[in-house]
Design a protein. Structure first.
Length: 169
């Protein structure tokens, strides 16, 4: 019993000193089915922290995607390539994250609240009146995540104004 207690203290110190080494040790112990040697307290804390991080990451990316979609839709005169790239990147990352059923359920339950935050930010950043963007979410989560929506999500560079002054006589 005291040997087990000593081992647990060592693992706890390892967790504090070098999380990656601790994770590798936990993985190795699980792989070897040496479950009695696991650092359960820190393992539970670590897993809770990872789940919370995943939820924060999901919420942040989904809010950011909605923000840029709102700007794309409601400020067509201010469409820039960087915004299109952000939309595409956030969709790509979210599509990967949302293969998790738990995170998809999180996205579905948080979409309306995240829309409110994205709308507020879009109004403030765009210096738009409140009526410029609908209060309620005007699109579905499926549309937000779809590479095919909105239909005008295509980069069309603005034409350069050329000088056509004719100096000939």
């Amino acid at each position: 019993m005291s040997q087990q207690l000593t081992r647990n203290k060592k693992l706890s110190r390892l967790y504090e000193a070098d999380e990656t080494a601790w994770l590798e040790t936990m993985s190795r112990l699980i792989g070897q089915r040496r479950l009695d040697q696991l650092d359960y307290d820190n393992l539970a804390t670590y897993l809770d922290d990872m789940a919370a991080w995943d939820r924060r990451e999901l919420n942040s990316r989904l809010r950011r995607l909605m923000l840029h979609l709102l700007k794309w839709i409601y400020q067509p005169a201010k469409r820039i390539l960087r915004r299109l790239e952000t939309i595409c990147m956030e969709r790509f990352e979210l599509q990967g994250m949302l293969t998790s059923k738990v995170l998809m359920a999180q996205a579905q339950s948080q979409a309306a609240a995240l829309y409110v935050k994205a709308r507020k930010q879009a109004l403030r950043q765009g210096r738009l009146p409140k009526r410029a963007i609908p209060d309620g979410m005007p699109f579905s989560l499926e549309q937000v995540l779809s590479d095919d929506w909105p239909k005008d999500l295509v980069w069309r560079p603005k034409r350069q104004k050329t000088s056509t002054g004719d100096s000939g006589g």
